[in-house]
Design a protein around this ligand. Structure first.
Ligand SMILES: Nc1nc2c(ncn2[C@@H]2O[C@H](COP(=O)(O)OP(=O)(O)OP(=O)(O)O)[C@@H](O)[C@H]2O)c(=O)[nH]1
Ligand SMILES: [Mg+2]
Ligand SMILES: [Zn+2]
Length: 284
């Protein structure tokens, strides 16, 4: 029998969809894959087709990486979608996410959506936060799905690979994917309306754009705790801006130690006080 290879483009509860030669088939794990392994969106799976649109999965190709939050395999880049308003910006959550993704070594973009909602004060706030993250070395974009502002620049970032849209609930991940792909995710999707009349993404699904680009829409979260994924003493390694400083003690945790160059940099304003506050709160 010919062994075929497909990509898992949807993972939700018991459902696994496999994209094979442009067609979406229902994936059914068999043998050791069924009993001892979990399959994630983004996985490359091998097996054979059977009857009515069934793909029997016999094996999973070794993963390049595996994000746990959100659960997607073989990720090239994470696009963290945030907002200043609706919902209010939560920099502590963003800093937790950044730590988690830094550890995975994936590319990272920070995209502030819903800039149409910002008044003068809001725009200043946006500039202040953008500067903070750009100074750390992150690529930051500001967009609005409603007005189209920034969307052209945003759609130009994509190169072949898997891009995961992550971030708090309601920031506009699904809306952004719809805007750049032209696919209305809210229609074809299994989505439920919450009390506030919003569509909430449930499972993870990958959409194929032109030129080998896959984008993963994922459910938003309300809380992320970096310590679930990283040991307390290693968190400092994933604050990029701390790496430029050499403290008196090699194992300095940058809390109360004598001769801490990171703390000194915070007091001089070289390192953002907000970022440092997040760091202390993560490890506390
Ligand atoms: N004002 C404004 N509203 C937007 C914008 N983008 C999305 N929205 C609205 O924000 C709400 C949430 O958008 P979604 O795209 O469902 O957000 P999501 O991040 O996919 O949410 P989850 O799937 O729950 O994580 C919807 O009512 C959208 O119409 C924007 O640029 N401006
Ligand atoms: Mg969504
Ligand atoms: Zn230190």
């Amino acid at each position: 029998m010919v062994v075929l290879e497909g990509v898992v483009v949807k993972r939700e509860a018991q459902r696994i969809d496999v994209l094979l030669e442009g067609k979406v088939l229902r994936g059914i794990p068999r043998g050791k894959v069924r009993t001892s392994e979990r399959i994630y969106a983004g996985d490359i799976v091998s097996g054979y087709t059977e009857g009515d649109g069934i793909f029997v999965i016999e094996d999973i190709k070794e993963r390049k990486n595996l994000l746990i939050r959100p659960p997607v395999a073989n990720v090239d880049c994470v696009i963290i979608v945030s907002t200043l308003r609706e919902p209010e910006f939560n920099n502590f959550m963003l800093d937790n996410l950044l730590v988690v993704y830094e550890k995975e070594g994936v590319g990272i973009y920070i995209v502030f959506n819903k800039v149409d909602l910002l008044d003068k004060e809001g725009k200043e706030e946006l500039k202040r936060w953008s500067n903070i993250y750009e100074n750390v070395g992150y690529k930051v974009l500001a967009v609005s799905v409603i007005t189209g502002e920034g969307l052209e620049e945003f759609s130009n970032i994509f190169e072949p690979g898997i891009y995961v849209f992550a971030g708090p609930s309601g920031t506009g991940k699904s809306s952004l994917i719809s805007a750049i792909s032209g696919v209305d995710l809210k229609k074809g999707e299994v989505s439920r309306k919450t009390g506030r009349g919003k569509h909430t993404t449930t499972g993870v699904s990958l959409l194929m754009l032109e030129g080998g680009v896959f984008v993963a829409d994922t459910p938003g979260f309300s809380k992320v705790d970096a310590l679930k994924f990283i040991d307390r003493e290693n968190v400092k390694d994933y604050f990029r801006e701390f790496r430029n400083y050499v403290c008196k003690f090699k194992d300095c945790l940058h809390v109360k130690e004598e001769g801490c160059a990171v703390k000194e940099a915070v007091s001089k304003g070289e390192i953002s006080a907000e970022r440092y506050k997040s760091y202390l709160r993560i490890i506390s």
